[in-house]
Design a protein around this ligand. Structure first.
Ligand code: NAD
Length: 502
């Protein structure tokens, strides 16, 4: 039996500590990277401060032009990027392409819309202060630290990086220790498009490097990863009142109503649960199905799941578990479900190998079991029968997580979607919200807070600057010790007329 390795530490001849990035399918070393220390991180942030001033001075158009250049490089060398992603995560290159393509769309959207969303806007000053001109504009924060995970090493960090850059910030990026090569590729491509200043820098290493970035005095931390790490980051950031965006884990439900297109729902469930080996923050983990269509839906899922294969090369639908420690979590969740009366209709206890996990479909699993309550992050799914869609909504919402969700229904799709306590919901298609660049993306509860993507994502990396400019002297002088009784009486009359009638 082979044992899957975590990234390996080492020491280069220069005395700089290093670690190896491994191909999770073979344990082959695919790259060696420095473990950056707190001093290295501080130096990067100091360089970023300088770069941020220059980047801000370019204005929206100057930045948009350079972001378009970067996007062009990524698009032209897409297959090269996909190879790096595939090597470090084990995912098929087609899946790597999907995340990269969506990420390119986000760079394009952020570049195109930053001026409209963040540029100066006039606001009404109101009647009492009608002598003022009121404006608001969204200014860059300065330097943003982005800490990323490994599961979507292009799409996920770029969801923060593209918007932070378009808003006028410099970025110091710490990718996951499992995917440093992808991080380096993205940062090198940016440096080709923007050679003048280190506007986007890379720091590599383990959690300690991320912790150093959190404490380095950056103006915001954008974190994507597990809820447990998100809590640590928020606690550390509290010491310096550094604001944070937390994009954390999920336990995403699918609701299938009695009038749903069952083939489409089964297809979405199978793809949403098993693609990328189930290592998707908005992957399908639980399904609640109306009792009238439960048996038919389960049969369709089982039939499709039986054709899905884990492995590498031609014919494999998804690759190995990228992070070895996750194998134990998946094994524990399946064992707990089966021990508590659940049944595996596909896969089961033996589905978890030493590298790959075969698709597993679980039914009759109690709602308080691990497989229903905790993020499994593997290619497993639980399917439960519900009396009606009210029960489905109640069960779906009975979770500490609230990231994504999906509804399959004809008549009540919109109503059910609005009642789900999640940051985003797709109706009649899987995960569609993630690819629509104009829609905000983020969590509720243990899934985190703050929003990336769309106008909300741009504003997340900017501060509102309000300016009130006096255009002429007010007829009613209120903010002076020279204020007269007569003025006060006029204000009383005016305010009664304006607000006193209701
Ligand atoms: P993780 O929390 O283990 O690591 C994420 C990053 O945090 C890594 O770069 C890691 O080095 C760094 N880190 C670890 N300890 C740190 C510390 N104390 N201070 C600062 N940084 C630290 O997560 P992971 O295993 O890489 O990613 C999987 C998780 O990410 C899953 O829970 C998944 O649901 C979640 N995820 C969420 C989203 C989203 O948008 N909400 C997207 C993708 C993944």
């Amino acid at each position: 039996m082979t044992t899957v390795q975590a990234p390996r530490s080492g020491a280069a001849k220069s005395g700089v500590e290093t670690f190896d990035s491994l191909d999770p399918a073979t344990d082959e070393v695919v790259g060696t990277y420095p473990v950056h220390t707190a001093e290295d991180v501080e130096a990067a942030v100091a360089r970023a401060r300088e770069a941020a001033r220059w980047w801000d001075s370019l204005g929206f158009e100057g930045r948009a032009e350079r972001l378009r250049r970067w996007k062009g490089i990524v698009a032209r060398r897409l297959s090269e990027l996909c190879d790096v992603v595939s090597k470090e995560t084990g995912k098929p290159t087609g899946d790597a392409q999907l995340e990269a393509v969506l990420a390119i769309e986000h760079i394009a959207w952020a570049a195109k819309h930053a001026r409209k969303v963040l540029g100066r806007q006039r606001r009404s000053p109101g009647l009492l202060l009608s002598n003022q001109a009121a404006t608001v504009e969204y200014q860059p924060l300065g330097v943003v630290g982005v800490i990323g995970p490994w599961n979507y090493p292009v799409f996920t960090p770029l969801g923060s990086i593209s918007y932070a850059l378009a808003a006028g910030n410099a970025v110091v990026f710490k990718p996951s220790e499992y995917t440093p090569g992808v991080g380096k590729w993205l940062v090198d491509a940016f440096a080709e498009a923007v050679p003048e200043q280190p506007v986007l820098q890379l720091v590599t290493g383990y959690g300690a490097t991320g912790a150093a970035l959190t404490k380095s005095g950056v103006d915001k931390i954008a974190f994507t990863g597990s809820t447990a790490t998100g809590k640590k980051i928020m606690a550390a950031a509290a010491e310096t009142l550094t604001p944070v965006v937390i994009e954390a884990g999920g336990k995403d439900p699918v609701l299938v109503d009695a009038d749903a297109d069952l083939d489409a729902a089964a297809e979405a469930t199978v793809w949403g649960a098993f693609s990328n080996s189930g290592q998707t923050c908005v992957g399908v983990e639980r399904v609640y199905v109306h009792e009238r269509v439960y048996d038919e839906f389960v049969a369709k899922v089982v039939e499709r799941a039986g054709t899905v294969r884990a492995g590498t090369g031609e014919g494999a639908h998804y690759g190995p578990m990228t992070m070895p420690a996750q194998l134990d979590v998946v094994r524990r969740h399946i064992a707990d479900a089966l021990a508590r009366g659940g049944r595996a209709l596909v896969g089961g206890a033996d589905a978890v190998g030493d590298r790959y996990v075969e698709p597993t479909v679980l039914v009759d699993v109690p709602e308080d079991s691990l497989a229903v309550r905790e993020e499994t992050f593997g290619p497993t799914v639980t399917i439960a029968k519900v009396r009606d869609m009210d029960e489905a909504v109640a069960k779906a919402n009975d979770s500490c997580y609230g990231l994504g969700s999906t509804v399959f229904a004809k008549r009540r799709g919109m109503e059910l979607a609005r009642r789900l306590r999640t940051g985003q919901t797709a109706i009649n298609a899987p995960l569609s919200f993630a690819g629509i660049a104009s829609l905000p993306f983020g969590g509720v509860g243990d899934s985190g807070f703050g929003r990336i993507h769309g106008p909300e994502g741009l504003r997340e990396f900017a501060r509102a600057k309000a300016i009130a400019r006096q255009r002429f002297t007010a007829p009613l002088a209120l903010t002076t010790f020279a204020r007269t009784k007569k003025t006060e009486e006029m204000v009383t009359k005016l305010i009664r007329r304006l607000h006193g009638r209701s």
